[in-house]
Ligand binder design. Structure first.
Ligand code: LLP
Length: 402
């Protein structure tokens, strides 16, 4: 665990804003999955979109993880870091022909989520090994923008179209080696994971798909963002997952591999964004703590109304007061927290935003031309990786380059 004192020391050493990642915690979460899901053929493919910090990726690679990639860029990064092509699955959506050809050439398994792309694949790459993504028809997630099952989303082939998909694949002599579903991110109910598994397994018959090697049940394992959140009973859920999968394999007549693709579960809790308060302003009804970061660097509160716990690192025992914690961007909505009770915040205090390891840096931008923050990865008490922020001059050089 990284202590409050250590966060302060890192902020003083490397400056703020600063993303700090706890490599040990990420590896602990990875080990947790194997503890929770007692199954010898479990394979974890980390959803790289959650956080693409290379040092964190190397830790997961060395621990044996594979990768869930969703763009050619993510495939290129995973390959460059030494993930073997067979350990990468490319779940593209709405990909171009050029993207498809490019990834096919790498030997990475492509996960096809539409009949249209499947037809094109049968024509352009007959005989290839692919995975099919189905829409599990289960709606769950931590907000509606992150639910991927059901009619209102663009993802996956409908379960009703399983026969049509099998027919198209047979026409191109395609080898369907895997079936996939992803229900959503931040799944609130263990029952949703189990129901989606049932729905996918119901269409995964030997008659329809005789060459299966794995079933991939996506990501979505939630982590608590609030202190009083009811946690999922992952031990119970994991046992049910393992038993369900074994029953399926017995019926299918083959010991398939079981895959999951968590992003948040592995990386959310290991990340913290540290920022410094530079302005305290008392408006008529609000006290505003103005910080040296902003929503382009951590967009989840603005985009999803997500709650992120904030800790006053340098005045933890101060009397509690209510604050709007705001950033340095020219937009009213640039708030990390609204009307939040926190120990008194003074100018130059350091604030830590928790659970900033998933979908924070990776969804970042340089809006207002503020470079993304530096990142440090800590493992066993030592900084094992430091990635400095671009200077304004370096950022402008990129903009001006032709
Ligand atoms: N597999 C597929 C096909 C996915 O689309 C995703 C996430 C995952 C796995 C990993 O899901 P996770 O385990 O991280 O929940 N930006 C949003 C989350 C978007 C998730 C997109 N897909 C957020 O900050 O909540």
């Amino acid at each position: 665990m990284i202590t409050r004192e250590k966060y302060i020391e890192l902020a003083r050493t490397y400056g703020t804003p600063l993303f700090v990642y706890d490599g040990n915690l990420m590896l602990e979460r990875y080990a947790d999955l194997f503890r929770f899901i007692p199954h010898g053929r479990l394979h974890i493919h980390y959803a790289l979109k959650a956080n693409y910090n290379p040092a964190l990726l190397q830790l997961l690679r060395d621990a044996g993880a594979g990768i869930d990639a969703v763009s050619p860029g993510e495939v290129v990064l995973a390959l460059a870091l030494g993930f073997a092509p067979e350990k990468i699955i490319y779940t593209a959506n709405n990909m171009t022909d050029a993207e498809f050809d490019r990834v096919m050439k790498t030997g990475v398994t492509i996960n096809i989520g539409s009949l249209s792309r499947l037809k094109k694949c049968a024509e352009s790459h007959p005989g290839s090994r692919i995975c099919l993504r189905f829409n599990p028809d289960v709606c769950d997630g931590d907000n509606e923008k992150t639910m991927t099952g059901g009619d209102l989303t663009k993802f996956g082939i409908l379960l009703d179209d399983a026969d049509t998909a099998a027919k198209i694949a047979a026409g191109g002599n395609l080898h369907i080696v895997g079936l996939h579903e992803h229900t959503g991110s931040g799944l609130q109910h263990a029952g949703s994971v189990l129901k989606s598994m049932d729905n996918l397994m119901a269409i995964a018959t030997k008659e329809r798909f005789p060459e299966l090697e794995f079933l991939d049940f996506g990501g979505g394992f939630k982590v608590p963002y609030k202190d009083d959140e009811t946690p999922i009973d992952y031990v119970d859920m994991g046992q049910k997952i393992a038993a369900k999968f074994d029953n399926f394999c017995a019926a299918y007549g083959k010991e398939l591999l079981m895959r999951f693709e968590p992003g948040k579960f592995l990386s959310a809790q290991c990340g913290t964004l540290i920022m410094e308060v530079n302005t305290i302003k008392h408006n008529r009804t609000r006290t505003i703590a103005g910080c040296n970061s902003g929503f382009p660097q951590l967009i989840r509160p603005v985009l999803y109304g997500a709650y992120h716990k904030i800790v006053n690192l340098t005045n933890p025992e101060g009397p509690e007061m209510v604050y709007d914690v705001c950033g340095n961007i020219c937009e009213t909505g640039d708030r990390f927290a609204e009307q939040r009770l926190l120990p008194e915040i003074r100018e130059y205090d350091l604030l830590a935003i928790s659970n900033a390891g998933a979908y924070c840096y990776s969804m970042g931008s340089v809006y207002n031309l503020r470079p993304m923050p530096a990142e440090v990865v800590v493992k066993d008490g030592e900084v094992i990786d430091f990635r400095p922020a671009l200077t304004e001059e370096e950022l402008v050089k990129q903009i001006l380059a032709k």
